[in-house]
Write a protein that binds this ligand. Structure first.
Ligand code: AVI
Length: 320
């Protein structure tokens, strides 16, 4: 065990609703749906990492380039001796850029819904940053968080990269920003936000030629088979991800390719040929529309950085 690495701690109360409950509920609705937070078991988290490497998925490399280019300025805005709290930490790749630039950061608190995955990735970071207190937390950042206090109460800044905010409907996104602001105790938030752009480019990012996004989508069905003994045939469903230009969002579905019946927790679910199961929305913002939402959530939007093609944006928001 690395001396600077605390034991993985759970910070949200045990889920009132399990994967099974949520799936039974969502597949009982018309139209059918599966909540996108269930993408991220260990297999799904790895598939998402593979998506981030795809040539079509410009988000990750564009955001990383922005963080690298402006790391000095970002570190100045964050200030010295901070605790960085990352919401939905994933592979922990991007935070290294902040940790390398920050002035004597005291602690890093990655929060992720996939405890198994977090446990694996956090060790490498502990070895590379021996002076940093690392406090991995497993939990769902959309739910109330009981964050343990650190000795000396360092100023806390939030890090919410990857445009995960886009996976929430606008009302929920604003509520989430409000809740984050509350858990930052007056500290700022650095957020990565994907921008509205050419629909062809957006479509390609969610319909990659190698079919990794399709596998990521179908992992929901495979997860139900693995964890709940369901009998989904992943080949019986197609990945479908159109861009809804009016609503500024990619919508992701699994389409049943034939009439079929699937057994889940002892209950049969009927799917018509062509019937969609909604699995995700990925909302895109303009710089102005995101800043406006952040304002309504109680932040003062300060610096914003974007690339030459205006594909992606990184925002520094100060708590009001
Ligand atoms: C995590 N989230 C921001 C990704 C997105 O782009 O909405 C999830 C994803 N879904 C398909 N590809 C990537």
């Amino acid at each position: 065990m690395d001396a600077n690495l605390a034991r993985l701690q759970s910070v949200t109360p045990p889920e009132g609703e399990s994967f099974a409950d949520s799936l039974l509920h969502g597949l009982g609705k018309t139209p059918k749906e599966i909540a996108c937070k269930y993408f991220y078991d260990e297999a799904g988290s790895r598939l998402f990492d593979a998506i981030c490497e795809l040539p079509e998925y410009y988000q990750t490399r564009t955001e990383i380039a922005l963080l690298r280019r402006h790391a000095g300025e970002i570190a100045g805005l964050m200030g010295p001796n901070v605790e960085i709290l990352e919401f939905g930490a994933g592979s922990l790749r991007k935070v290294r850029i902040l940790l390398d630039a920050a002035h004597a950061p005291i602690a890093y608190t990655p929060l992720d819904i996939s405890g198994d995955y977090l446990k694996t990735v956090v060790h490498a970071l502990a070895a590379d940053y021996p002076a940093l207190a690392l406090r991995p937390l497993v939990g769902d950042f959309t739910r109330p968080l009981a964050l343990p206090a650190l000795p000396d109460n360092p100023r806390r800044v939030g890090f919410f990269p990857g445009s995960t905010i886009g996976n929430f409907k606008p009302d929920a996104a604003m509520a989430l920003l409000r809740a984050m602001r509350a858990s930052l105790n007056g500290g700022g938030l650095l957020a990565g936000v994907d921008l509205v752009k050419d629909p062809v480019k957006l479509h390609a990012a969610y319909n990659d030629a190698a079919g990794i996004t399709a596998l990521f989508n179908k992992n929901l069905l495979m997860r139900a088979n693995r964890e709940l003994g369901a009998d989904f045939d992943p080949e019986g469903f197609a990945h479908y991800a159109p861009y809804n230009a009016a609503a500024h969002r990619i919508e992701m579905y699994l389409i049943s390719l034939r009439r079929q019946s699937v057994s889940l927790c002892g209950r049969p679910f009927e799917f018509a040929a062509g019937e969609p199961v909604h699995t995700e929305d990925s909302h895109k913002y303009t710089i102005e529309s995101f800043r406006e939402m952040a304002c309504r959530a109680g932040f003062n939007p300060r610096a914003v950085w974007t690339d030459e093609e205006r594909l992606f944006s990184v925002h520094w928001l100060e708590s009001r």
